[in-house]
Design a protein around this ligand. Sequence first.
Ligand code: HEC
Ligand code: HEC
Ligand code: HEC
Ligand code: HEC
Ligand code: HEC
Length: 333
Amino acid sequence: MKRKIYLVIFLALAVLLFVGCSDNGGSNEGTAGESPGEMLTLDLIAKISDEWKSSPHQYGVKATEGRGISCGQCHDGVGFADREVYVNTDVDFAPAHQTGIDCQACHSGFGKKLLDTGLAELPFMDEPFKGGSGAVCVACHNGNANPAELFAQSKAGELKRLSYPHYGANVDLLSGKGGMEIPGVEYIASIAHGTTENSCVTCHMPTTADGHKNHTFEVKPEDFDQTCGTCHDKAFTKMTTLGGVQNEIKSYLNKLEQAILEATGAERIDHAGGVFVYYDRDGNEVTGISHEAYVATYNWQLVHVEGSYGIHNPLYAKSLIRESYKYLTGNEL
Ligand code: HEC
Ligand code: HEC
Ligand code: HEC
Ligand code: HEC
Ligand code: HEC
């Protein structure tokens, strides 16, 4: 009920403001482009552009330049906006210059479609992911892999490449569905973070003091009241709590990594050309990696490269690491 009253007041104010603006515009006849309404819009665009310029989205990742639509669909603004054209037809995607993930990427073509529908297809889910305005993020920030398929092939000894989840596997963790799960094992996952109305946008694009969605895409402690405070109390959401949970996940990851190294006889795990590579003390490649070691490495990499160190889905991150450890070593972590 209260909400409705606010809405009515808001609408009334909006109408007043609109009438005010058009009056003004009327008295300025002949100077189109200078009406206050338009200046406000350009001002907003300038602010948003400045924010965007501080985000890595302004760049394309160098390693993907000139590599066609397989990389360009997520690493090039044009490639993403026109993803459906290039992926579904044999029109060649070969831009002379790489374009960053710019305004057009998210606000035109494929990006706009995702913003409008709120639904994104993911390689590891049968149903589209319901992400609200965050669906646009999810279309790129996924591991670009189907771990259930990879698991089955690995188990049957038919896996040709020890593939790893791609660097932006955020929704894989957030959704609690994109880890490499062992069939029959029950995984515990947090629900709350992955089911907010606008997914990534809820926490990564808070509303600024002047009322627009922040385009730096950063989660900052000063915004915690609006991003986390709707569910957590203020004392909890201090950065120190975050750090505590992240450090716990990091120590879990270290233990899992040690177990993988012991089981494979490797000294370090690297990845190149889409596959994990294991090296021994003398720098020689270790081969004959077991199925269990591969499953563990996949989940280790997923939680590691994903970047939130478990915050996106604290329970799922722990569960994935624990079950992988047990599968590999036979012991509880
Ligand atoms: C499904 C979307 C998607 C596809 C397809 C994709 N990438 Fe990415 N890639 C991402 C995202 C999102 C990130 C950013 C992850 C982050 O920084 O959190 C990323 C990050 C990277 C990085 C790391 C960049 C850094 O600064 O750390 C490299 C390297 C990379 N991608 C290479 C490639 C190559 C090469 C291809 C094509 C073979 C490719 N990617 C295809 C989404 C994708
Ligand atoms: C990575 C994706 C992405 C990029 C890049 C991006 N935007 Fe947005 N933008 C969004 C999302 C998501 C919203 C929120 C939409 C919603 O709430 O429905 C938004 C909202 C907006 C709005 C509506 C006002 C507001 O803030 O609520 C404007 C205007 C806008 N963006 C302009 C721009 C401009 C200009 C650029 C380039 C400098 C840009 N955007 C780049 C994703 C993006
Ligand atoms: C067209 C693909 C694409 C879309 C859409 C996209 N991103 Fe990204 N994002 C990337 C790539 C690629 C990078 C890495 C850029 C680099 O490192 O040079 C990145 C980087 C980031 C980073 C910085 C990561 C880091 O490690 O510093 C954040 C945070 C982020 N994106 C959040 C979002 C959010 C939130 C949305 C939705 C509003 C979104 N992204 C939409 C491709 C995308
Ligand atoms: C939609 C409600 C909601 C929002 C928004 C939300 N959280 Fe949570 N969060 C939860 C719930 C519920 C739990 C505990 C149960 C679970 O893990 O599912 C949780 C768990 C956590 C945990 C793990 C706590 C532990 O002791 O294991 C951390 C850390 C966390 N949230 C941080 C944040 C941060 C930081 C933000 C904002 C950037 C945020 N949350 C936003 C609902 C929310
Ligand atoms: C519940 C709030 C919440 C949601 C929802 C959420 N994030 Fe995050 N994200 C965080 C927090 C908190 C961090 C950790 C920030 C830190 O360590 O400084 C983080 C970290 C990240 C990082 C790596 C660190 C960086 O550079 O910012 C990326 C990339 C990222 N998130 C992308 C996404 C994407 C894409 C989605 C949607 C699939 C998403 N996030 C959904 C809260 C959230």
